[in-house]
Design a protein around this ligand. Structure first.
Ligand SMILES: NC(=O)c1ccc[n+]([C@@H]2O[C@H](COP(=O)([O-])OP(=O)(O)OC[C@H]3O[C@@H](n4cnc5c(N)ncnc54)[C@H](OP(=O)(O)O)[C@@H]3O)[C@@H](O)[C@H]2O)c1
Length: 297
């Protein structure tokens, strides 16, 4: 069931993060969305009910996305406090100094964020332990300075998560601020259900965000999905998003089409039953993009 406290989810539903802030249950992904198109597309997404945008330093479109959350006259806007903006430290420049610089650059380039980012993630566990932990500490400090509300990681495998947990625990024991891990954002869909990472996060109350929840449109005609699409009178993309929500993940579908923005939001009026969910339990390991969770540097 995709529900919270017994009530069905809708696009305005949220989960409580360990930071104490709330995250909307579905986000609008913008990887590879041209910067020039982001303002219009994000604005459209918000107008049909999305409250959450997932950008990154590496996507080079933060500024357009931020303009999209604050278009037109203030009276017609969804208030900043009702919107959730995520971005990520650049994966190829992980260090304490670069993470601090990334936070500053985001805020300087996006005045519409009104001085804070809702969720800042480490984009990938690259650069070695010192780089990972240094970048994490920079995000911890940004929270202390009020520039960021919640922090998390992306593409972290269990061994990366355990390294971070040991670091946070060590700081806590010494009476130092080590931060609160709110989110791990990883590729998740029926062909990559990542039971180990999911269990680790669930056991600790870390919310899982599902990237590439549509398997990058590579499975639109898949024989597992087509019968479910017919049964529920929904598209195969909508079946995938429903699977993600019913798993308790926060899916981040990306599209440059306004019609598909609406289609992807229209997934809160049907339910996959236990048999449907079992059919989508493939046990596969088939990433459709990079998989830094397995990196060992
Ligand atoms: N942290 C990370 O390392 C990481 C990695 C990848 C992604 N992400 C995040 O997750 C988001 C989503 O992942 P993703 O962009 O890799 O892939 P995705 O959302 O699984 O798939 C996007 C693809 O599906 C198509 N599509 C969207 N809606 C559709 C629909 N209703 N019917 C048919 N096709 C549809 C899109 O084409 P059109 O655009 O032409 O509609 C695009 O080709 C990203 O935008 C980003 O925010 C994070």
């Amino acid at each position: 069931m995709a529900e919270k406290n017994g009530a069905p989810l809708d696009i305005g539903s949220t989960y409580r993060l360990q930071s104490g802030h709330d995250i909307p249950v579905m986000g609008f992904g913008v990887y590879q969305t041209p910067a020039a198109d982001c303002e219009d597309l994000v604005h459209h997404a918000i107008s049909v009910g999305y409250r959450h945008v997932d950008s990154a330093r590496a996507y080079r479109n933060e500024a357009g996305c931020a303009r999209g959350i604050a278009p037109g006259s203030p009276a017609k806007r969804v208030p900043r406090s009702a919107l959730f903006f995520t971005t990520k430290v650049h994966p190829r420049a992980m260090s304490y100094a670069s993470a601090r610089a990334d936070v500053e650059a985001t805020l300087a380039g996006c005045p519409e964020l009104e001085g804070y980012v809702d969720l800042y993630l480490l984009h990938a566990p690259y650069g070695g332990m010192q780089a990972r932990l240094g970048a994490w500490q920079a995000l911890v400090e940004a929270v202390g300075e009020g520039k960021v509300r919640s922090i998390g990681v992306s593409n972290y495998g269990v061994h990366h998560l355990e390294e971070l947990e040991a670091y946070m625990e060590g700081r806590k024991q010494r009476g130092e601020e080590g931060g609160m891990l709110s989110v791990n954002q990883v590729e998740l869909h029926p062909w990559l259900a990542r039971d180990d990472v999911v269990r680790w996060c669930r056991d600790r109350g870390v919310v899982l965000e599902a990237y590439s929840p549509l398997v990058r449109a590579t499975r639109n005609d898949d024989p597992l999905l087509v019968p479910l699409s017919k049964k529920h009178n929904k598209t195969t993309a909508q079946i995938l998003l429903r699977w993600s929500l019913q798993k308790g993940f926060v899916p981040l579908p990306k599209t440059v089409s306004k019609a598909r923005i609406e289609e992807n939001a229209n997934v809160f009026d049907f339910e996959l039953d236990a048999d449907d969910m079992a059919k989508l339990d493939t046990g596969s390991y088939e990433p459709c993009t990079w998989d830094p969770t397995v990196s060992r540097d």
